[in-house]
Design a protein around this ligand. Structure first.
Ligand SMILES: Cc1cc2nc3c(=O)[nH]c(=O)nc-3n(C[C@H](O)[C@H](O)[C@H](O)COP(=O)(O)OP(=O)(O)OC[C@H]3O[C@@H](n4cnc5c(N)ncnc54)[C@H](O)[C@@H]3O)c2cc1C
Length: 450
């Protein structure tokens, strides 16, 4: 049986490992952290009766077909719960529902004609079948041509500014296209209600089930194992160097974000490293998680158009997740996407918490200190891969010029947004390519070189 080493035990590494093993390829997964899951891992509150929740929020949509198929295979489907959620906007100091088409037609900052144009934007986006036509078009130009300047100023620009830490000039139209297609997919016939799903134990339930399925089929998973370097000689992978020694290997798949993956490449793979470096910018995130004794709003997602408020949105996941699974507490996540030089990326936890609280109290003046049961600050340097206008050709391929060396990460997920559905679908696609490369190594390398 051929054997592959997978570096990284996040959802991508595990979904890939599971699919490879189903294809008859043996896998060993190496994860630096003591726990699996990466960005989809969990956090614990010992002070709240050992409450365990997702470190970050992770939506599952009723339209996530690949994910649903995986839930079936892993026998998680019966545990999955589906419910209706709503979305709001915080605009001019007030909360506005934006969950139904009627809400859109009532949204105050837009004139009746702008509201109609906003509706047209959404309909037109859904009609675009060939995303390549949008790849060269800056998102703001596209949105202005469809919906007019007011909708861009009052809705799209605040959303883009928050999502891209202000730097959205070179974001292609494919970004909003993907987003509109994904969110409108969740609306029921007639366009009224958004359906979202959750697992009672959070995404960690999927991570655990994948790990169990892999080990049950003979795969090996080692946590607390940092891969320091991939050993390459004679144009092919020979092994992995770990802190406590080396293991021999014929094939290594790096599922780490590109800048981290490149650090594992030896001088013998310098050309591959140069190729991967062509597109390796990511935004990071700081995210404050509040465990509350009361709800803040009825919305799962509350978007914010007020540019003074630093966080991207208010995500109250317990408007989806039943609170019997959170020991009765309400969970509110305040994310902020950040480039490394952003002030909030550099702030210490206490200052960040105080700053976010000032703005949260401005939005919800009746939030009292005794409503807050616990707070956690999460920080990640590499979360959102950036794909500037017209750079699709720079996306690194799965297969490299070094035999047995593969890259499978979120920077290759495009034009889809990075999320659980696209990550699992990406893993399945990559597994097929890797299987073929193992079976026909020379032909595949020649094809890649061409
Ligand atoms: C705030 C936030 C909100 C999000 N919202 C959503 C959402 O609503 N829906 C959704 O589905 N997705 C969402 N995502 C995105 C989602 O979390 C990611 O796309 C996904 O988890 C990425 O998985 P991955 O396996 O590619 O990377 P990671 O989860 O980063 O996994 C990489 C793993 O590699 C390990 N590693 C690193 N270096 C080494 C080494 N040298 N040796 C061994 N192991 C190593 C790391 O410890 C990590 O576990 C969100 C993310 C964040 C942060």
């Amino acid at each position: 049986m051929p054997m592959i080493d997978i570096v990284g035990g996040g959802v991508l590494g595990l979904a890939l490992g599971y699919d490879l093993i189903k294809r008859g390829i043996g896998v060993r997964i190496w994860e630096r952290s003591r726990e699996l899951g990466g960005l989809m891992g969990r956090t614990r509150f010992a002070e709240l009766n050992q409450l365990e929740v997702d470190r970050y929020y992770h939506a599952i949509l009723s339209s996530d077909r690949t994910l649903m198929g995986l839930f079936d295979e892993l026998e998680l489907r019966s545990a999955l719960r589906m419910t209706t959620t709503s979305m709001g906007f915080y605009h001019n100091g007030k909360l506005h529902s934006m969950s139904t088409p009627l809400d859109f037609l009532r949204f105050p900052p837009l004139s009746p004609i702008d509201r109609v144009r906003l509706g047209i934007t959404i309909l037109r986006a859904r009609q675009v079948k060939d995303w390549r036509a949008l790849e060269e078009v800056p998102v703001v130009d596209w949105l202005t041509s469809l919906g007019g300047k007011r909708a861009v100023e009052h809705i799209w620009k605040p959303l883009l500014r928050a999502k891209f830490d202000g730097g959205f000039d070179s974001v292609p139209a494919t970004y909003i296209w993907s987003r509109l297609v994904r969110t409108t997919d969740t609306r029921e016939k007639g366009g009224a209600v958004e359906k979202m799903c959750f697992l009672p134990g959070g995404y960690a339930m999927l991570i655990d089930a994948l790990a169990k399925a892999i080990t049950a089929r003979g795969g090996q998973i080692t946590t607390g194992a940092t891969v320091q370097q991939v050993r390459v000689a004679g144009g092919r992978v020979r092994g992995l160097r770990l802190a406590d020694g080396e293991v021999e290997s014929d094939g290594a798949v790096l599922t780490l974000q590109t800048p981290i993956a490149r650090k594992l490449l030896p001088p013998e793979a310098a050309e591959v490293s140069a190729r991967w470096s062509a597109l390796e910018e990511y935004l990071g995130i700081v995210c404050m998680l509040l465990v509350l004794r009361r709800s803040l709003s009825p919305y799962y997602t509350l978007n914010i158009t007020d540019e003074r408020i630093p966080f991207t949105g208010v995500i109250e996941t317990t408007n989806l997740i039943d609170r019997q699974f959170t020991n009765g507490y309400h969970l509110v996540y305040l994310p902020k996407y950040v480039s490394p030089d952003n002030l909030f990326a550099q702030m210490d936890d206490e200052t960040l918490q105080q700053s976010f609280m000032v703005y949260l109290r401005q939005m919800f003046p009746d939030l009292r200190p005794e409503d807050i049961a616990a707070v956690r600050i999460g920080r990640e340097r590499y979360v959102e891969p950036l794909h500037p206008v017209g750079r699709t050709d720079d996306i690194p391929s799965f297969v490299s010029d070094v035999a047995g060396l593969y890259l499978v990460n979120s920077s290759q997920i495009y034009p889809q947004l990075t999320n659980g559905e696209s990550a699992v679908a990406h893993a399945v696609k990559a597994a097929a390519v890797i299987e073929q490369a193992i079976e026909e190594p020379v032909a595949t390398r020649q094809a890649v070189a061409a």
